[in-house]
Design a protein around this ligand. Structure first.
Ligand code: PLP
Length: 393
């Protein structure tokens, strides 16, 4: 059997790979601490479960409308109106999909012709580049500032060519936890309007913000860019509902229709029961987001305190999400008997010798770094960092 070139050249997700290696060691009886988790370590809110159960009891088990059940599209519209002051028409400008991941894929499918360029800002989430390539698009990496991982407007403008059709932004960011400030968002939005390119605004971590009231929203900062922004969000990170697989996108009607048409041939819409669960969460569980935010805030402070005491590494204090992106480049290629070629070898060694799993920065287009997820218990954070220090030494 022959696997297509398209799929054969795709790199498997490094996050899943490291998580699988950690699981394997655990199954061999080792006490492994995994800093690889990409999801909140909370259970879904009861309101979501109750709503799902009710939907099943009422036999809401048929195909949904392709773009999502009306109640969920309305709940999403109300959420964006109440929390962000942005008005979208649920009947034309909102689509529900199988997670933010699928919606980003469908948006790229709707925008990218072979050879078209899409700008990404490293460190960037593992799937953007692979998804762009699946449509034979060309990912164009535009370096961010190495002091805070924020995109530079001038550099971005220089990277735009007649083939650029979109850029993907992600704030709060996975893997860095950086939040793009208003000036940056305004600059990017103005560029998009001036050059006529679409911004895919992945704001899946928007509720997990620590040192400011809320995450700056690109269209609140620059409402004129409304026709050039697709907001992508979902219940995975805000409500600890990763397994329900519900995401939503809000944007110009023409793009939403294209995404929905594409989805009609992919999935015919996403699970009706999960959609009802998400209505339950969005309408009734807003305080739950705050409980989780506070829990992550405490753990962010704990891990930052612990890591700050280590002399061999550098990192920028994360402002959101649940990751710290640590520069370990000064620990590589030391000629002291231990030779670590790169961040991948570093992570493999750390798991092998100390039973601690992290994701190498290479997976996020940033070699020389490791991503630590602190979505785990405080005890695990303390023990994991202790072993990390032993390994570094
Ligand atoms: N975008 C980013 C930056 C993520 O980290 C993730 C999940 O890890 C997603 C999108 C996908 O979210 P969903 O579970 O809604 O598909």
């Amino acid at each position: 059997m022959r696997i297509s070139d398209r799929i054969a050249r795709m790199k498997p997700s490094a996050t899943s790979l490291m998580a699988a290696k950690a699981r394997e060691k655990r199954s061999q009886g080792f006490k492994v601490i995994s800093f690889t988790t990409g999801e909140p370590d909370y259970d879904s809110p009861s309101e979501a479960v109750i709503a799902a159960r009710k939907a099943m009891d009422e036999r809401q088990t048929h195909y949904p409308p392709t773009s999502g059940i009306t109640s969920l599209r309305e709940a999403v519209g109300e959420y964006y109106r109440d929390h962000m002051g942005l008005i979208y028409d649920p009947s034309r400008e909102i689509v529900v999909g199988t997670g933010a991941k699928q919606l980003i894929y469908e948006a790229l499918g709707a925008l990218v012709n072979p050879g078209d360029e899409v700008i990404v800002f490293p460190p960037a989430w593992v799937s953007y580049v692979e998804q762009i390539r699946l449509f034979e698009g060309v990912p164009v990496e535009v370096e961010t500032s190495d002091t805070n991982f924020i995109p530079d407007i001038e550099r971005t403008e220089k990277a735009i060519t007649p083939r650029t059709v979109a850029m993907i932004i992600n704030s709060p960011n996975n893997p860095t936890g950086a939040i793009y400030p208003e000036e940056c968002l305004r600059g990017l939005a103005e560029l998009a309007c001036k050059k006529g390119i679409m911004i895919i605004n992945d704001e899946i971590y928007e509720r997990l913000v620590f040192d400011q009231e809320e995450c700056p929203q690109i269209l609140k900062v620059c409402p004129e860019a409304r026709n050039w922004v697709l907001n992508v969000n979902g219940v995975s990170k805000a409500f600890a509902m990763t397994g329900w697989r519900i995401g939503y996108a809000l944007g110009p009607g023409k793009l939403i229709k294209a995404i929905s048409d594409f989805q009609g041939h992919l999935t015919s819409g996403t699970s009706t029961i999960s959609q009802w669960a998400s209505v339950g969460a969005l309408v009734k569980s807003q305080e739950y987001c705050e409980t989780m935010r506070k829990g992550f805030f405490e753990r962010r402070n704990l891990i930052v305190d612990l890591l700050s005491q280590i002399e061999y590494i550098n990192f920028v204090k994360p402002q959101g999400a649940f990751y710290v992106f640590v520069d370990i480049s000064s620990c590589l290629k030391r000629e002291n008997g231990i030779y670590l070629e790169n961040d991948v070898a570093f992570c493999e060694g750390l798991l092998e010798r100390k039973n601690v799993a992290m994701v190498p920065g290479t997976a996020f287009l940033s070699p020389g770094f490791v991503r630590i997820s602190y979505s785990c218990s405080k005890e695990d954070i303390c023990e994991g960092v202790k072993r990390f220090i032993e390994y570094l030494e």
